[in-house]
Design a protein around this ligand. Structure first.
Ligand code: DL6
Length: 820
């Protein structure tokens, strides 16, 4: 319609300058003479979002015209980070915008630093969701993200007296220029109440879910730009709003305060992200969060389908829905409810549609992370869904009973209802039964899934289980994070590797080129200087930039074994004190502990106390520095990762589903020291065994070792150095007021050690020594580092998304033409 044609916005420096100035006055409402750096940040963000939304409109129109099949990604978490630079880079207007700002007397770097990270996630799972959205837009897949617009994201971690202290992450307090509120896009979401059954003349029973409480889900849209101004997809986050401003009952009784308080209570649903990554929480509010965003998303998906005038029974032909872990698994029951109760589709047909629609990604084997809900809670909060789940379960068990007669124990294990722990709903079982594909996130993880957690389901439906190894977006984790290395690659090979990381293979021959190796070292050195400045700013610790940077950056968890690295720090410390010649290094830890996970918080405290002794001991003479970098988030990761030499991926084999930090670090030319766990195995296969330091027990060896029941303390007998290290910890050598804490950590290692730190220590220490030897040969190290970079093509998120598209979603890309 010509009346709806947009007047195109220019993307040259004068046009941008004008837009920024206009936005400052007309949107932010500030006189340029009085504008603060944050006002400029908002002004430039508003100017850029105009350009992004324009592409979004074009993308949406093209999808509508071309009758595409859409992918919907349902995730409780999106760990996005800062949006300004990412959007500018993907829109291809970073440099020109920097220029426009400079013309206006504004320093881009200064204002970009003020942007809060959008930290709507805990760790790997949430960051993967953000990478997948960016890749779908870049490659032209019609992808939509759905999630929750948490008022408070991942907590801010402060270190006070060596310990983690959590502060609220009020990320929206200055407003958010990237979001488009859609007050007209609201859906009612019901909780509690009861089900009324109506018996129909045809023998079927229809159900009405009545009464209870209703909350409104209101949409906020975040356009997500693909690289080089291609497609712009949409992330839709839901915020809870009260259905009425006041409860009139209380209002009429004159209890104004109570009336408003009730309104606030329904809005708590989207108030805060649960900061747990590897434990299920089991709180009613969490169940309500899960159902809240799932219900709104499904209503929206079905609405769009009907608006496009597709018949409801073609839903699974026109849409694919990916469940990011079990958090949105209630979607299976909600989809059935909507089809049965709202659209009056018969059960069998509804079930076929549902199963074809959904697929589910599992991200962990850890038993404590697997969500189950008490049946009683589910019956109270979601009575209609509980009824649907019973019927799904009944029909499923009938199906397997028919195929595997008499195997009662097998049926009990497969059931959605766990009868052994006080009747609970196993969300993973609901997700598997209600999906046509289930995937693990690395080859080892998928094979362990099939052998352990889902072994019974694998017997029923072996074809349902597939692997899709994770990946990372090279746009953020290389082009944005590491401009120096990007430029170096660019100077050697053509630039299409940014879309097609396979092309990075062309860089491989340069690993043996002296000039490239030297240039690589210069880039690394500059990246270290950048990190050293940030470390000093955040912690007051001064670190050298001419030594090995050895980093372990990830959530703090026993299975990730930060204690293994800490023991190595203690070993180096003792060796230096003993007068040995030790390779100088900076060891950097970063990561948050779940607030209720005491052991993880104790680990942070011990790291900080050991670091304090190490960093203040004159005997170290700058040869060893230990840093705990506070408040690890996406924006700090983009500074730490490009500076790293050694990437610590040392989880107990069989526990890390995949890892993605391992991929980001290797892509930036850090060598991995790691166990045969998660995607480390595939990284080893890609980079070559001589370019990675693999150590420790395999997943099978861990199982065998566990079965032997060797007391952990026995590992000290053959390792006098390890004994003296653990004893130093036990005796409080490193304590600074936390003596009993150190003794407790030593006791834990000696008596419990559930993740085999002591059993793997000797092998780990040897691998570290091997890395140190190689590092002393700068040429050999740089060659290995460059080979890591050049051989990381398999770990591009674009490959991951293509595998989902081909093997699970059955969708094809619909790239919108780049603007001329
Ligand atoms: O799949 C993304 C990411 C994996 O790379 C990590 O190995 C895995 O731990 C993580 N899982 C989670 C949630 N649960 N737990 N644990 O973040 O997913």
């Amino acid at each position: 319609n010509p009346r709806h044609r947009l007047s195109p916005l220019t993307c040259d420096a004068p046009g941008l300058r004008q837009s920024i100035r206009d936005a400052l006055v007309r949107v932010v409402g500030k006189d340029p003479d009085l504008a603060t750096p944050r006002d400029w940040l908002h002004a430039v963000s508003f100017a850029i979002r105009e350009r992004i939304i324009e592409r979004r409109v074009v993308t949406r129109r093209q999808f509508a015209d071309e009758d595409v099949k859409r992918v919907y990604y349902l995730s409780m978490e999106y760990l996005i980070g800062r949006m300004l630079e990412a959007n500018l880079r993907n829109m291809g207007i970073l440099e020109v915008t920097q220029q426009a700002l400079q013309d206006l007397g504004v320093d881009f770097r200064e204002i970009a630093r003020l942007e809060e990270d959008a930290a709507l996630g805990n760790g790997g799972l949430g960051r993967l969701a953000a990478c997948i959205l960016e890749s779908m837009a870049t490659q032209g897949y019609p992808g939509y993200g759905y999630g929750i617009r948490y008022e408070y994201g991942m907590f801010q971690q402060h270190i006070e007296h060596f310990r983690q202290v959590e502060h609220p992450d009020n990320w929206l307090r200055f407003g958010n220029p990237w979001e488009f509120p859609r007050p007209e896009k609201t859906f009612p979401v019901r909780f509690y109440g009861y089900v009324v059954e109506h018996h129909q003349p045809d023998g079927e029973t229809s159900c009405n879910w009545e009464n209870g409480e209703e909350v409104l889900a209101m949409a906020y849209d975040y356009p997500t730009a693909g690289y080089e101004r291609r497609n712009v997809n949409n992330l839709r986050l839901w915020a809870a709003k009260a259905t009425r401003d006041f409860d009139l009952r209380y209002f009429n009784e004159g209890d104004y305060i109570r009336a408003v308080a009730d309104k606030n209570e329904s809005e708590t649903i989207s108030m805060v992200l649960y900061p747990n990554d590897a434990t299920a929480i089991g709180k009613e509010l969490r169940l309500k969060q899960e159902y809240f965003f799932v219900s709104a998303s499904l209503q929206d998906i079905i609405d769009r389908h009907l608006q496009l005038e597709y018949p409801i029974d073609e839903l699974a032909d026109k849409a694919a829905i990916q469940l990011n872990d079990t958090h949105p698994a209630i979607a299976v029951a909600e989809c059935m409810r909507l089809l049965l109760d709202e659209h009056r589709i018969p059960w069998d047909q509804a079930w076929t549609i549902t199963r074809n629609l959904f697929s589910y990604t599992n991200h962990t084997l850890m038993p404590e992370a697997l969500e189950t809900w008490p049946v009683a809670l589910m019956e109270r909060v979601l009575p209609r869904h509980m009824g649907i789940i019973y019927r799904i379960n009944h029909e499923f068990i009938e199906e397997v009973r028919h195929r595997f007669p008499g195997e009662h124990e097998f049926f009990r294990r497969l059931s959605i209802i766990d009868e052994d722990h006080g009747r609970r709903v196993r969300m993973a079982h609901l997700a598997v039964i209600g999906s046509h594909r289930v995937n693990g996130v690395a080859a080892l993880h998928t094979s362990l899934l099939k052998q352990t957690l889902f072994a019974d389901f694998n017997r029923v439906w072996p074809e349902r289980f597939v692997n899709v190894t994770n990946g990372v977006t090279p746009r953020l984790w290389m082009i944005q994070a590491n401009p120096g290395l990007t430029e170096l690659i660019e100077s050697r090979i053509s630039s299409d590797w940014k879309f097609d990381l396979d092309r990075l293979k062309q860089f491989e021959p340069y690993a043996s080129d002296d000039a490239t190796r030297e240039a690589f070292r210069a880039v690394k050195r500059r990246n270290k200087e950048r990190l050293a400045a940030l470390v000093h700013k955040r912690t007051g610790i001064t670190i050298r930039s001419d030594v090995m940077y050895d980093v372990q950056i990830k959530r703090i968890h026993e299975y990730k074994r930060q204690l293994l690295k800490l023991l190595h720090v203690i070993e180096l410390y003792q060796r230096i004190r003993d007068g040995e010649d030790v390779l100088p290094r900076v060891v950097l830890f970063a990561g948050k502990a779940a607030p209720g996970y005491q052991r993880a918080k104790d680990i942070i405290a011990v790291i900080n106390e050991v670091a304090d002794i190490v960093n203040h001991d004159p005997a170290m003479g700058d040869r060893l520095k230990c840093v705990f970098f506070p408040n690890y988030e996406v924006s700090s990761a983009t500074i730490i990762i490009p500076a790293a030499d050694l990437s610590e991926q040392i989880s107990t084999a069989g526990f890390e589903a995949s890892g993605t930090g391992n991929m980001k670090l290797a892509l930036n030319g850090a060598l991995t020291i790691g166990t045969l766990d998660g995607a480390n195995i595939e990284i080893r296969d890609a980079v070559g065994t001589e370019n990675i330091f693999i150590f420790g027990m395999t997943a099978d060896e861990i199982s065998a070792h566990r079965a032997q029941g060797i007391p952990p303390g026995a590992h000290l007998d053959s390792h006098p150095r390890l004994r003296s290290m653990v004893e130093a910890l036990r005796d409080g050598f490193f304590s600074n007021g936390g003596r009993h804490l150190h003794a407790e950590i030593a006791r834990y290692l000696l008596e419990e050690d559930p993740f085999f730190v002591l059993a793997d220590y000797a092998a780990y220490s040897d691998a570290c020594a091997q890395a140190d030897r190689m590092y002393q040969d700068a040429e050999a190290w740089s060659e290995a580092a460059l080979l890591n970079v050049a051989r990381m093509s398999h770990f591009s998120i674009d490959r991951t998304v293509r595998e989902y598209a081909q093997n699970i979603w059955n969708v094809v890309p619909e790239p919108v033409l780049p603007p001329c």
